[in-house]
Design a protein. Structure first.
Length: 255
């Protein structure tokens, strides 16, 4: 009952795998000042981590976002046709030339890729040496594990024995713990299998703001004007981000 009351009226009852839901989420982000500021902060971190080499930047899962406002000439893409994506493509088969990309960037996308080995091979082929992969992803911490297990609709299985998971739908298929599995729990295996990718930054961030914003599927729990106060609180908690972060800012360098 509580979840039904808090769900955003625009997406209530919508199928998460319906492209119309992604389009509505774009409208939700723009209509919620607190949430839009979170995305603006994420996008600034992504831009700051871009490598200095030449070439286009490909964004995966662009449908609901507005990163194109921050990166001129950004190649936007999504798994299905949406107004926010110029390319319709599957990240497991990137339709671009070898070494043609400066970077691949994404926000909350990696944990939806059911064949991560195939994706990292494709990304390694299409990103040039000196390029990067930059992402914001859910993260496993003491707090993050509790939130994603009890308050979030997507599967979150840190104990999964395999990186792969069933492809039930383009967005409903997920393991929110996959980024942590790849870059912490199974890091040695990842480095062995994909030596062309070197983890440059893995930084847990944002324990509360996304949660109280309601994200893209729930109503805001706090007013937009309180954003600064919540950011100040999180800044004070940075020394304990390994325990409290809900997301991680991850940067991989292409060797």
């Amino acid at each position: 009952m509580i979840k039904a009351l808090l769900s955003h009226p625009l997406t209530r009852g919508m199928d998460i795998d319906d492209p119309r839901t992604t389009h509505l989420r774009q409208e939700i982000i723009q209509s919620k000042p607190f949430l839009r500021k979170i995305y603006e902060e994420w996008y600034k971190e992504i831009v700051a981590a871009l490598p200095p080499c030449e070439g286009p930047v490909l964004e995966l899962g662009s449908g609901a976002g507005f990163l194109r406002e921050y990166i001129p000439g950004l190649l936007t893409s999504d798994i299905f046709a949406t107004p926010g994506a110029a390319l319709v493509m599957n990240a497991h088969a990137i339709p671009l030339r070898d070494g043609s990309l400066r970077a691949i960037v994404m926000t909350n996308v990696l944990h939806h890729l059911s064949r991560p080995r195939r994706f990292f091979a494709e990304a390694g082929r299409s990103v040039k040496p000196g390029g990067a992969m930059i992402m914001i992803e859910p993260w496993v911490t003491t707090w993050g594990r509790w939130v994603y297990t009890h308050l979030h609709h997507e599967p979150f299985v840190p104990e999964a024995s395999r990186w792969e998971f069933p492809q039930t739908g383009p967005l409903s298929a997920a393991n929110g713990a996959l980024p942590w599995i790849l870059f912490v729990r199974d890091r040695h295996q990842f480095e062995h299998d994909f030596p062309m990718w070197q983890a440059r930054t893995i930084r847990p961030i944002m324990p509360f703001r996304y949660l109280v914003s309601g994200g893209v599927s729930m109503r805001s729990l706090v007013p937009g004007w309180s954003f600064g106060a919540w950011r100040a609180l999180e800044n004070c908690m940075r020394p304990w981000s390994q325990h409290w972060g809900m997301f991680a800012h991850i940067v991989l360098t292409r060797l």
